[in-house]
Design a protein around this ligand. Structure first.
Ligand SMILES: Nc1ncnc2c1ncn2[C@@H]1O[C@H](COP(=O)(O)OP(=O)(O)O)[C@@H](O)[C@H]1O
Ligand SMILES: [Mg+2]
Length: 381
């Protein structure tokens, strides 16, 4: 273990970009999560051992993570999203910020732009005038409301007559919670502006949408991703082959966070980087996540299987139909009866068909997970 493991874990953490991560590399499968006590536990799935571990002192600080280190702090540093930038800039200059709703997939500049707005409005005093909440982390709407209330109680400091609340992943809130949020927005409309982010604006109730100016962020284009990567390779003194840039863009699918994380993961192995190395890291990441979903499901833990799946779909932007393909591949590697493999494969086929017919992907995938749970209990349906 020791250093090799540490580097390995760091690479994996970078790929997945959050503290709960997993990957297959050199035949190890790890699933690492932060338990309630704030200590990281390392779960070696192959041997189903749980190591209590001392990774607390080795976890990376924010500035070690390149997505944070190179997060644009000014409008000029943002790539792509040019129409949005223009409009937002003029709203900021006029000190006329309505509530904003940023819609679009992950890793393309929504949170970044919210921060830039706040920094432009408040300068050095931005921290006192800015509250960031993540709808999927906070425990329910009551916690959010209380935090908003506490934050809104004190007046904005500077010449700006309001404070800013950024609510990330607002579409993680139920409709009822969104109704409550709407009332909160109304109560504090004189003292606070909300910036909300979501994957799909259609998941946000109309009364909130109609109170916001909606901006639709697009996946970043090839030249934009490559521009960001070039900036970082210069600063970090990396050497990339031309096809490495290409491989990074391909793997990123327009998600800048993913491109940067992949670059950092690869750079932790070597400063000379080619496409092959990037592709190796990419192919090690996805199936591992899928395997963890399957492991949870087959061990009867539906809730964790579903959460992990949602995580994969949202944070790694893997489409439902791609998830099915990964499931199909992974099923054949599982340690289960061949008969059950056949049944599960049949099920995935059915679900794939329903998806192409247009039924809700996540609902279908949950149904599939439920049948995996049954199969795991020997009751294959
Ligand atoms: N348009 C962009 N221009 C420059 N860097 C970007 C852009 N979008 C994302 N990034 C990089 O990716 C990281 C994640 O972006 P973020 O704004 O947090 O994405 P999200 O849209 O999911 O909120 C940022 O820290 C930044 O390094
Ligand atoms: Mg974000």
């Amino acid at each position: 273990m020791g250093l090799m493991l540490l580097n390995l874990l760091r690479s994996i953490e970078n790929i997945l970009g959050h503290s709960r991560f997993s990957s297959v590399l050199k035949n190890y499968v790890f699933d690492m999560r932060e338990a309630n006590d704030g200590i990281f536990y390392l779960h070696d799935i192959n041997h189903t051992n749980l190591y209590k571990n001392l990774f607390r002192q080795t976890t990376m600080s924010q500035s070690d993570i390149w997505t944070e280190k190179y997060r644009p702090g000014k409008f000029e540093e943002v790539v792509g999203q040019q129409e949005i930038l223009k409009r937002v800039k003029s709203l900021v200059q006029a000190l006329n910020i309505p509530h904003l709703l940023f819609a679009g997939p992950a890793g393309i500049g929504k949170s970044t732009l919210a921060l830039i707005i706040v920094k432009s409005l408040f300068g050095d005093a931005w921290r006192e005038n800015y509250l960031e909440l993540n709808a999927s982390d906070e425990r329910g709407i009551d916690v959010i409301r209380q935090k908003v209330k506490d934050f809104a109680r004190t007046k904005a400091l500077e010449n700006v007559p309001f404070k800013v609340i950024f609510l990330d992943e607002a579409d993680a809130l139920t409709r009822e919670a969104q109704q409550a949020l709407r009332r909160t927005m109304e109560n504090y409309t004189h003292t606070c502006r909300f910036i909300m982010s979501c994957n799909y604006s259609s998941n946000i109730i109309d009364p909130i949408q109609s109170r916001c100016v909606v901006f639709r962020f697009k996946l970043l284009e090839r030249r934009d991703i490559i521009e960001v990567i070039k900036r970082i390779t210069e600063k970090e003194k990396l050497k990339l082959t031309d096809d490495a840039y290409e491989a990074l863009y391909e793997a990123s699918e327009g998600d800048c966070r993913r491109a940067i994380n992949l670059l950092q993961a690869t750079a932790s192995i070597s400063l000379d980087i080619n496409a092959e190395m990037i592709n190796m890291i990419v192919s090690s990441a996805k199936p591992a996540g899928i395997k963890i979903v399957l492991d949870y499901a087959l061990s009867g833990d539906f809730i964790n299987a579903r959460d992990k799946l949602l995580d994969l779909m949202l944070k790694e932007s893997i489409a439902g139909t791609d998830i099915i393909k990964l499931f199909q591949k992974e099923i054949w590697n599982l340690q289960i009866e061949p008969e059950i493999k056949v049944r599960l494969t049949e099920k995935t086929g059915e679900v794939e068909f329903r998806m192409t017919e247009g039924s809700d992907e996540f609902v279908q995938l949950q149904a599939l997970l439920a049948s995996f749970v049954l199969a795991g209990q020997g009751k294959s349906s």
